[in-house]
Design a protein around this ligand. Structure first.
Ligand SMILES: [Zn+2]
Length: 329
């Protein structure tokens, strides 16, 4: 009987080790994500002077280059055309290539396929190619990726398929997204707080931006397993903004803590998940894990709730901007 405690200890150790081994198998240790950044040269290019766009781009790209993160940036060329600033804005765009990143097309004017109709949208895709193609050619690269503005892929299947055939015909690979924490919504409020030197508000925004993204990553990891059967190579959607320029390093740390390493978009797209049946159509653009879920008749639920105070603040700002533009002819 005196050996009983030792025996128990051995048994407990065995079960502890075997449960640990099981946990190791279940928990993915090698998560992968490709980073993509939309609305170049800057989401708020209309409101930012070229010098600010250049400074923002420099900070953003320096962090990404130092941390060896492969990135594709998606361009709206309309944002280049501001009187007296065209050259400097094109230079800011060219920095992406000089720093070793790639550029893709996000249409000329950020037109929604769900709003403007197929023909006008196709024209916007073509008009969005000129400068980007030229810059890529100078760097011995080709324009090969397209990202739908607002993730709007068409209100009906016919439009969706015609638009996709058009893109393939022009040599594009569509760049889906699977991880999206609405950073643009935080970015607008951050921009205003930064302009007013409200550091307390900036800190509050950054805290919630990081926490919300962490929750979104956890949610999509679980939804991936439910819908795809495993966690595919993910594609993260971010936007060119001062928020990202100042804090993308902390967001990359959130991903690292979850076990992610950073891969190219091309590598991510080699995952078989991106060939899954996808018959999603709708008024609202959404990510591809939701596309696949809805195509399988599964309704996604349990998504983390976006901080309401950020939405309220963004609405307030939008209204005040609205008043300004209403008074401007
Ligand atoms: Zn966009």
């Amino acid at each position: 009987m005196k050996h009983l405690p030792i025996l128990l200890a051995i048994i407990c150790t065995f079960f502890f080790l075997s449960s640990f081994a099981t946990a190791q198998v279940v928990k993915p240790t090698d998560r992968q994500v490709a980073v993509t950044i939309d609305d170049l040269p800057a989401g708020m290019a209309d409101r930012l002077p070229a010098a600010d766009i250049t400074a923002m781009t420099t900070r953003l790209l320096t962090t990404l280059r130092d941390q060896k993160i492969p990135v594709v940036g998606f361009v709206n060329e309309k944002k280049l055309y501001k009187a007296g600033e065209v050259d400097e804005r094109i230079k800011a765009l060219e920095m992406w290539l000089d720093y070793g990143f790639e550029l893709g097309n996000h249409t000329f004017s950020h037109a929604s396929l769900n709003q403007v109709g197929l023909k006008a949208w196709e024209d916007d895709v073509i008009q969005g190619e000129s400068v980007t193609k030229l810059l890529l050619a100078q760097h011995k690269m080709k324009l090969r990726y397209f990202r739908h503005p607002y993730l709007d892929t068409g209100r009906d299947l016919l439009t969706r398929h015609e638009a996709e055939a058009f893109l393939v015909e022009r040599g594009y690979r569509i760049a889906p997204i699977t991880l999206d924490g609405w950073d643009w919504m935080f970015a607008g409020v951050y921009e205003d707080a930064k302009k007013r030197n409200d550091t307390a508000l900036q800190q509050q925004i950054v805290k919630d931006y990081l926490a919300y993204h962490d929750a979104v990553f956890a949610y999509f990891e679980q939804l991936s397993s439910r819908v795809v059967g495993y966690e595919p190579k993910q594609i993260l959607l971010l936007h060119a903004s001062n928020l990202e320029a100042d804090h993308i390093g902390e967001l990359l740390d959130v991903l690292r803590k979850r076990g992610y390493r950073f891969i190219t978009l091309q590598d991510a797209l080699s995952d078989g998940a991106y060939s899954l049946p996808d018959t999603y159509v709708g008024e609202e653009g959404t990510g591809w894990i939701e596309h696949w879920a809805i195509s399988q008749g599964k309704i996604p639920h349990g998504a983390p709730v976006f901080p309401q105070w950020v939405i309220d603040k963004a609405k307030e700002l939008h209204q005040s901007t609205g008043q300004v533009s209403a008074n401007t002819p």
